[in-house]
Design a protein around this ligand. Structure first.
Ligand code: G3H
Ligand code: ZN
Length: 299
């Protein structure tokens, strides 16, 4: 099976992106795997520190390994938003393919030194592990928010991106380009969309020269996604959209069977609904954008 690095390199050449979906239980994991299997595309499964605490870092790694072997689907595992070196080391030792070393809440110089330390330590354990660093403030929490914070308007600059990558040695950079974690209620209702600064993505790509991840993908405009991929985004993270599908379909399933107590009779429609949510995003990310969709200037 191809390595994660090889998948990223090939996807970039093809003008498509790798979908990254967060999981916090087996229902979500099965749903994401089913979506990727149905579409015949590779997929990156992520678990943040909170999600790993709930699932178990080694247990999740064992589950993904066995699903990968049994299904043949190229499913990779990412330790998402990891704020301590100890937790990052645990994940790499457990067999994760990638780690997001997230020190973005710290001042820039400290973010650089902590990320550099993580890159060196993690690659000593597994030289082929993919390490991602993050700069800028896109908030935390794949949840439903009431308001958007002003800080999200501060975008990563190409110079910050260049300096950060050169000083840390990260394989992947996650910038702030109009994205934010979580969704507003209006986004859940489909009445508003997140919009990205495509021109800035292109400038950051040129300056950084590494793979780029777009965090906070839930609720983003479809055309912006396509243009972002054409401008240099390689990995797209989706979490809240799956959580919304999970909750709504769980409530529906429980309502439809008020007296049912058997989990494997209640949960299949939930898997199906989350699978559909993941599949629609994966289909978008893995369809090559036409040249005309690429903007010539910053939007
Ligand atoms: O790391 C996870 C994500 O960036 C997901 O963000 O909940 O807005 O899709 P989202
Ligand atoms: Zn994220």
């Amino acid at each position: 099976m191809e390595t994660l690095r090889a998948v990223l390199t090939r996807s970039e050449k093809q003008g498509v992106a790798l979908g990254h979906f967060n999981v916090s239980d087996l229902v979500l994991l099965k749903a994401v795997l089913a979506a990727a299997g149905e579409l015949g595309v590779p997929v990156l499964v992520g678990a943040s520190e909170g999600e790993r605490d709930f699932l178990g870092t080694r247990q999740l790694a064992a589950l993904v390994k066995s699903l990968r072997e049994e299904s043949g689907v190229p499913i990779f595992l990412n330790a998402d938003h990891t704020h301590s070196l100890t937790k990052a080391v645990d994940a790499v030792k457990a067999g994760f393919d990638a780690v997001v070393a997230d020190f973005s809440a710290l001042p820039f110089a400290e973010n650089v030194s902590r990320t550099k330390e993580a890159v060196e330590a993690l690659k000593t354990i597994n030289p082929s592990v993919i390490v991602e660093g993050e700069i800028g403030d896109i908030g935390t929490g794949s949840e439903i928010h009431d308001t958007v914070r002003e800080e999200f308007r501060n975008l990563t600059t190409p110079e910050e991106a260049r300096q950060f990558v050169a000083s840390t040695g990260v394989d992947v950079l996650a910038p702030a380009v109009g994205n934010m974690h979580g969704m507003l209620k209006s986004m859940v209702q489909g009445k508003a969309k997140k919009r990205l600064n495509i021109g800035r993505i292109a400038e950051i790509k040129k300056a950084a020269g590494v793979f780029l991840t777009l965090h906070g993908g839930s609720g983003t405009d479809d055309t912006d996604f396509r243009n972002a991929i054409a401008a240099g985004i390689n990995i797209i993270h989706i979490n809240t959209e799956l959580r919304v599908a999970w909750r709504q379909s769980l409530e529906d399933s429980l309502k439809r069977k008020p007296n049912e107590v058997v989990p494997y009779k209640i949960l299949p429609p939930v898997i199906d609904s989350v699978k559909q949510a993941a599949a629609s995003r994966l289909a978008l990310f893995t369809t090559q954008a036409t040249k005309t969709a690429i903007p010539l200037a910053a939007s």
